[in-house]
Write a protein of this length. Structure first.
Length: 249
């Protein structure tokens, strides 16, 4: 059974959500335009794990009546356990740039804006960073502008940091005490050398790093069936392209 890259990434994210070494993820929030993280969350739920999902862009069944305002309130109260963030640039200290390239305020390429990324990064116990593109353009030695810092100075209150970074080429784990990523798993067809070539920052390599396991038949069946059923209304283009499912008229 052939596996699409989006399915492989969703399963990699789902396995990180369920990492027994990480704090439990009882309430997971997914922000705007994040179909692959959303698929990972639904996969975890459809596998029978008792997680609560808050999907900001879900058109029906969304618990929020005032959108991100309520998300920020819940997060500030310590009631969101896991969130997903990306960046136009991500560096080796897990700093994110959602502002733009060049001198402040990003006079080169403009990114969509940081919005609440810094607040969520500080106040959520676990953050999984996610970016499909893995290139020196995105994964840089140092971001041009820090819109959400990966680590903080001693004495600065924050509940959590990045747990991992998932890309189209690999999975990195993050050690906040050292502010450094470690290559933990490779996507099919990748090597340590190919990842180094495509990465602008230095990183460590886990002992015995190997290819990330492919999705099982059971995981694929859930993604292509019940998970797609939950997602097709909110992400119709994604479901049509990846799962071949169109939203009923």
């Amino acid at each position: 059974m052939s596996v699409l890259p989006e399915e492989r990434l969703a399963v990699a994210l789902a396995r990180l959500i369920l990492d027994p070494a990480a704090p439990p993820a009882r309430h997971i929030a997914v922000g705007a335009a994040s179909p692959i993280p959303a698929a990972a969350c639904w996969l975890v739920k459809k596998q029978g794990h008792p997680v609560r999902l808050s999907l900001l862009h879900r058109r029906s069944g969304n618990p929020f009546t005032e959108g991100t305002r309520e998300l920020f309130d819940l997060t500030g109260q310590g009631r969101i356990d896991l969130f997903f963030l990306g960046g136009g640039q991500i560096d080796g200290q897990a700093n994110l740039n959602l502002v733009g390239t060049g001198a402040w305020p990003g006079t080169g390429v403009r990114f969509p804006g940081s919005f609440g990324s810094a607040f969520m990064y500080f106040m959520t116990p676990r953050t999984i960073l996610f970016r499909e593109e893995h290139s020196p353009r995105v994964l840089v030695e140092r971001v041009d502008n820090i819109s959400a810092p990966g680590v903080s100075e001693p004495g600065v209150f924050r509940r959590g940091t990045a747990q991992a970074l998932v890309t189209g080429k690999c999975v990195f784990t993050f050690d906040p005490t050292r502010a450094r990523f470690t290559l933990a798993a490779l996507m099919p067809g990748e090597t340590v050398e190919s990842v180094r070539t495509a990465t602008g920052f230095g990183f460590d390599v886990a002992e015995g790093v190997a290819e990330a396991p492919d999705p099982s038949e059971a995981e694929l069946a859930l993604l292509r069936g019940p998970v797609c059923d939950e997602m097709v209304e909110t992400y119709p283009e994604f479901c049509a392209r990846v799962f071949g499912r169109k939203l009923a008229a």
